[in-house]
Design a protein around this ligand. Structure first.
Ligand code: PAF
Length: 282
């Protein structure tokens, strides 16, 4: 049995431990999470362990990245279970701050990353990237790791975080890690737990439809036609709504001007009350 994972709840305690490791010449990897951990998160811990000598994970369900009508209240919370999973994956420390410690009375700063935050998720969840950029900036400044690891499943989030670290001169390398999928291709996500058995079966279509769109483009279809076709396939498969299916420049998420530049196809679609996202490289 793995021994329990040490947990710290204050920035001071986190910094003391990180500083002690650094003084001993050890490198520090950081995996920020909102808990409800699955194999995708654990793959980030593994990637961190491969590159760094100590690994810190954080667990904080960040209220600022949820709109009032979204699922902040019902977001799954299980610190004991998450902590056991992190320990078994070889994580060295859990940072689980209280809400009041992250956002004390009078907290007044919001980090906004222009451009790359604006399209796609930024259009449909306008509050989201401000909340993510603010909390990730805080977490990086609190932990001061050498390297921080994020999943490519939230591809736009990864680009936003890379940009903020660069723009604000935060001395950390941001590493994107591949999406981990269920056997039928569904991208692992904490929100998959919301799906009914029927919805779970349909959910796998999201990834398949993106692959089909790429095939259609390789066979000569224009990006826009492939996007529209993918949207109607999702609705036909049983999705209750599609926010977007979009082929974009992989670096900027702007329109794809040249088929020779790296591209990504990204989608967000609804199954009842659950919103799923996915993306793959072209
Ligand atoms: O991807 C997530 O789990 C969250 O958006 C993050 C990066 C931990 C910030 O709250």
């Amino acid at each position: 049995m793995t021994s329990p994972l040490p947990v710290v709840r204050s920035t001071l305690a986190l910094r003391q431990q990180v500083a002690a490791w650094r003084a001993a010449g050890l490198s520090i990897g950081f995996v920020p999470t909102m808990g409800a951990l699955h194999e995708g998160h654990l793959s980030l811990v593994c990637a961190a362990k491969e590159r760094c000598q100590r690994v810190v994970a954080s667990l904080f369900v960040n209220p600022r990245q949820f709109a009032p009508h979204e699922d902040f209240e019902r977001y799954p919370r299980d610190e004991a279970g998450d902590s056991a999973l992190l320990a078994s994956a070889g994580c060295d420390l859990l940072y689980a701050p209280e809400r009041a410690a992250m956002y004390p009375d009078g907290f007044a700063t919001n980090v906004i990353v222009a451009d790359v935050s604006a399209p796609l998720e930024g259009e449909f969840r306008p509050h989201f990237f401000g909340g993510v950029a603010t909390v990730v900036t805080k977490l990086l400044m609190q932990a001061l790791p050498d390297t921080a690891f994020f999943g490519e499943k939230d591809y736009q989030q990864l680009l936003v975080i890379k940009r903020l670290a660069r723009d604000l001169d935060i001395p950390v390398e941001i590493v994107g890690c591949p999406t981990i999928r269920e056997a039928d291709g569904l991208a692992m996500s904490s929100r998959n737990a919301y799906l009914s058995a029927d919805e779970r079966r349909i959910a796998a279509r999201l990834n398949m439809v993106l692959h089909d769109a790429i095939k259609a483009m390789r066979a000569g279809a224009a990006a826009e036609a492939a996007e529209r076709e993918a949207e109607s396939h999702l609705i036909a498969a049983g999705f209750s709504g599609v926010d977007y299916v979009a082929v974009r420049d992989a670096a900027t998420l702007g329109p794809l001007r040249d088929l020779n530049t790296p591209a990504r196809i990204l989608a967000a679609a609804w199954l009842g009350k659950t919103r799923l996202i996915d993306n793959i490289a072209l």
